[in-house]
Design a protein around this ligand. Structure first.
Ligand SMILES: Cc1cc2nc3c(=O)[nH]c(=O)nc-3n(C[C@H](O)[C@H](O)[C@H](O)COP(=O)(O)OP(=O)(O)OC[C@H]3O[C@@H](n4cnc5c(N)ncnc54)[C@H](O)[C@@H]3O)c2cc1C
Length: 446
């Protein structure tokens, strides 16, 4: 028996959630992370710096520095937006922290008992420090919310939960890996070892016997534990399985993602905040529903385009709409010895949904104000937001990679965690859902 109960590959938010859940059960955990520390203290959100609290648009440049695109020149069927981040904390250092619960499509997770699922979501919200009241004092939020409730009473308009806490000085502390690991149990049970890339697993029969990892100098050594979890993100997780000779038929397939349509709006005067007030940004959303099956966020976060139209901050908001695409076997990540490549096409249903989603964005703007010059809806490159499903979970090993607890089919002590497991189309930001699934997995690690 090894002294380490579990090795987790990857120190992103999902690896951290798993580590914390295991540490709480008195399990010793070693997290191996290929990246180094890029924030101070290591694993904290880069956005907590005062610069970005005061100038949110400048955070866009920071994100760009830490996203490694596989090939941003390929056509959309090759997913030009597909990227990953290597760092202590993974993409929790740059994420936008929106954490709504899955809604319209939740019933498709029918292999989890509803009551257990509810408890997992609650626990995940606690670990990610999710709050819905952080922007209650935003004048724009109050005005836009009541205006929309009055003019589109048939739709739900509600506060968008955020993984963050407001500090005494009024600034926000955005949740990242370090906050998730901030517990007594983690201090004594969890070690994060940076600049250590897991190269492959060694296995015999249904057991992983160890793994080989490489340090920053290229020196390889073996590590052993009783259990192994890969939480390496949607692209590195299937790649590591492939490189280890673990190649179930569904590996890399059923890839889905969120086409993201963004725009920036100049609010009508009566919905804006007075210019002399430092108005906090709003954060609302219209949850996906049967009639509008997309995730419509109304916020002021950051916007990549510099518009020539000068507008006071208190009149600005952004719309970010995500649509779920159909989950199909044909949409896949090609796994071979080269850099990840992709084959993804949208169906007619997908195209129709995206068209309706953009029309909806135009309709909302008619109620709120006008698009800022040059900021009308545009789609970000496909694959950029929320890739999912390359190692989907399910009961049937011919169409899934892991079982409904995240355990790789055919293995006793190898688990997966993260958005690669998500087998169904969800419309909302996926990290809270992934964290809840990871907690279910952690409960099943012996
Ligand atoms: C700009 C941006 C905004 C986002 N906003 C939101 C949002 O508002 N809400 C939301 O729900 N989601 C959002 N996301 C998505 C969210 O960041 C991811 O869902 C989340 O980070 C996934 O966590 P993870 O731990 O599974 O993977 P990651 O965060 O990708 O971490 C994986 C880690 O594993 C490491 N790793 C990989 N392979 C190996 C290996 N072989 N050996 C050792 N280490 C390895 C990587 O270096 C990385 O650090 C956003 C993402 C981005 C980029």
């Amino acid at each position: 028996m090894s002294e380490t109960d579990a090795i987790i590959v990857g120190s992103g938010p999902i690896g951290a959630v798993l580590a914390r859940a295991l540490a709480t059960r008195q399990k010793s955990v070693l997290i191996l992370e290929s990246g180094g520390a890029i924030s101070a203290p290591p694993g904290t959100h880069l956005r907590n710096q005062l610069l970005y609290q005061q100038h949110p648009d400048r955070f866009f440049e920071e994100i760009g520095r830490w996203c490694q695109f596989f090939n941003d020149k390929v056509p959309p069927s090759g997913l030009p937006g597909a990227n990953q981040s290597e760092a202590v904390g993974g993409q929790s250092l740059i994420w936008t922290n929106n954490c709504p619960r899955p809604t319209a499509y939740l019933e498709q997770l029918d292999f989890l008992d509803q009551r257990d699922w509810e408890l997992r979501l609650l626990e995940a919200e606690k670990l990610l420090r999710v709050h819905s009241s952080l922007f209650d004092h935003s004048i724009r939020q109050a005005r836009v919310e009541s205006w929309l409730k009055k003019h589109i009473p048939q739709r739900q308009v509600t506060k968008l939960p955020l993984a963050a806490e407001r500090l005494q000085d009024g600034t926000l502390s955005f949740t990242a890996t370090r906050d998730i690991l901030d517990s007594k149990a983690c201090a004594s049970k969890v070690t994060v070892q940076e600049r250590t890339r897991v190269v492959r697993f060694e296995h015999s029969g249904s057991r992983i016997q160890g793994l080989v990892a490489e340090d920053a100098n290229g020196t390889q050594r073996k590590y052993h534990a009783n259990n192994y979890v890969i939480a390496g993100g949607v692209f590195a997780t299937p790649k590591l399985l492939y490189n280890s000779g673990i190649r179930p038929p569904a590996l890399g397939q059923y890839l889905h993602f969120h086409p993201l349509s963004m725009s920036q709006i100049v609010l009508d005067q009566e919905l804006s905040a007075p210019e002399q007030i430092a108005d906090p940004p709003p954060r609302l959303y219209l949850p996906p529903s049967a009639s509008h099956p997309w995730h419509a966020m109304i916020l002021r976060d950051f916007f990549p385009i510099r518009s020539p139209e000068g507008v006071h901050e208190n009149r600005m908001i952004e719309l970010q709409f995500f649509a779920p695409v159909e989950v199909r076997r044909e949409n896949r990540m090609i796994l071979d010895s080269s850099e990840p490549r992709f084959e993804v096409t949208l169906t007619k249903n997908d195209e129709d949904l995206l068209r309706r989603m953009v029309e909806d964005q135009h309709e909302l703007v008619k109620l709120l104000g006008h698009f800022r010059d040059q900021c009308a809806p545009f789609f970000v490159p496909p694959g950029m937001s929320h890739p999912m499903g390359t190692c989907r979970m399910g009961e049937d090993p011919s169409s899934s990679v892991a079982d409904t607890k995240g355990r790789v089919h055919g293995f006793h002590n190898l688990f997966l965690a993260g958005a690669s497991l998500i087998p169904f189309p969800i419309a909302v930001n996926p990290t809270l859902t992934c964290a809840a699934i990871a907690l279910e997995t952690a409960a099943n690690v012996e």
